[in-house]
Ligand binder design. Structure first.
Ligand SMILES: Cc1ncc(COP(=O)(O)O)c(C=O)c1O
Length: 393
């Protein structure tokens, strides 16, 4: 017999969790909103479950504090937002290729990117057969060489969209490839190409739709890149896209990662720790086993390079990180005990560990670290739970 009820919802803070600081997210959104001119809209990029932060919660907060558009990468992500009752306009930033997808776009009121000329016919046919008009956002490839119609042909396709029943040109946009680079030269090459398309459309006397070009880095780099809308992801989550763009806005990290100690043990000199015994104690040590591992988004490649915070003190992680658990050296933290909360990303007292720190160690980017927390960790709204130390008998 199938059991449908019972004690099946464990305390989300029993083991390991991601904490979302909604106040920080609201403050970041407001800071960005204030930085933009009144005529520039803010599209919040919340693809990949809002970079691991939880798309529905993030959508609700950013829309309440100044964002007017949402951007996602897949139809499934858009439908999740609509099912949660989110009504704001949604731009699908990646391509769709079938009539069934277009029908779903129309049904859920999701606005697609027009990234290839051929899609004009697919979109128009599908929309016409349903007797509807599909708003489309024409993506101009000005140098990213990913999605988009090459800038030299884009104006022709703009004209065609205007002539095609069943389609409405909602925006014309492009994506910057190097806006976080200390040398901004190629950003302006891309902008010039974008401007060429705009000028051609103007010369033909066609109306200009909404124009947008900047991601977080572009927004911070130069107000001339703002146009009618900016598409911002990383900055909303509290990180600058590059060191030279830090400090322009007062951004605060939104995501914290915490886990509890599940066991404390003393080990003798010569004792090996974890798979492969890569760490051998050279003195009597006290270890804390913590209930978080690589299946939760703590990359195994951080093994022996990670630090964590316990009661405001920084400790090092030893041995290989395993799927569900990792070990910390708590020899110098005599008060460490089972049930205590450990911070992997976040602040305790004046100590802070950021996703940027992890990215630097891993030789990757902050975006990738944040997107890693999508699978197993429950998300909790708020700040560090009190009491910090759970009493255990
Ligand atoms: C088309 C597009 N616009 C905007 C963004 C947001 O970028 P960022 O997170 O750097 O602000 C992305 C993210 O990759 C994107 O693909």
């Amino acid at each position: 017999m199938e059991r449908v009820s019972g004690p099946c919802d464990p305390d989300p803070q029993a083991r390991a969790w991601v904490e979302i600081d909604a106040q920080a997210l609201a403050a970041n959104t407001q800071a960005i909103r204030r930085y933009l001119g009144a005529q520039t809209e803010l599209l919040a990029v919340i693809k990949a479950d809002a970079y691991g932060h939880g798309a529905v919660t993030v959508a609700e907060v950013v829309l309440a504090h100044g964002a007017t558009w949402l951007g996602v990468a897949t139809l499934g992500e858009a439908i999740q937002l609509r099912r949660a009752g989110i009504e704001a306009p949604i731009l699908l930033l990646s391509g769709v290729n079938t009539a069934a997808e277009v029908a779903a776009l129309l049904y859920w009121r999701v606005e697609p990117t027009l990234a290839m000329g051929e899609q004009v016919f697919l979109f128009a046919q599908a929309a016409q057969s349903l007797g509807q008009t599909l708003p489309v956002h024409l993506d101009v490839d000005t140098g990213m060489s990913r999605l988009g119609i090459p800038w030299s042909q884009a104006a022709d396709w703009v004209r065609l969209v205007y002539q095609t029943p069943g389609l409405r040109l909602a925006s014309l946009y492009s994506h910057l490839a190097t806006a976080d680079d200390p040398d901004p030269q190629f950003v302006y090459t891309q902008q010039q190409r974008f401007e060429q398309v705009i000028q051609q459309v103007r010369r033909w006397g066609l109306p200009l739709p909404k124009l947008h070009l900047a991601n977080s880095a572009g927004m911070l780099l130069d107000r001339q890149l703002h146009y009618d809308m900016v598409r911002v992801g990383l900055a909303l989550y509290g990180y600058a896209p590059a060191p030279h763009l830090a400090g322009i806005l007062p951004l605060q990290p939104v995501l914290q990662v915490r886990a509890r100690i599940t066991q404390i043990k003393d080990i003798a000199p010569g004792t090996g720790v974890s798979y492969g015994q890569r760490f051998i104690a050279d003195r009597p040590m006290r270890l804390a086993t913590v209930a978080i591992g690589y299946a939760d988004g703590v990359p195994r490649a951080l093994s022996q390079q990670l630090t964590a915070l316990i009661g405001g003190r920084r400790v090092r992680q030893v041995g290989m990180i395993t799927m569900d658990q990792l070990m910390l050296d708590v020899t110098e933290v005599p008060h460490a005990q089972v049930g205590q909360v450990v911070t992997l990303i976040g602040a305790e007292g004046d100590q802070r560990i950021t996703a940027e720190d992890w990215a630097r160690t891993l030789n990757t980017i902050t975006w990738e670290v944040l997107c890693g927390f999508r699978h197993r960790l429950p998300r909790v709204l708020g700040k560090l739970p009190a009491p910090l130390v759970q009493e255990v008998s």
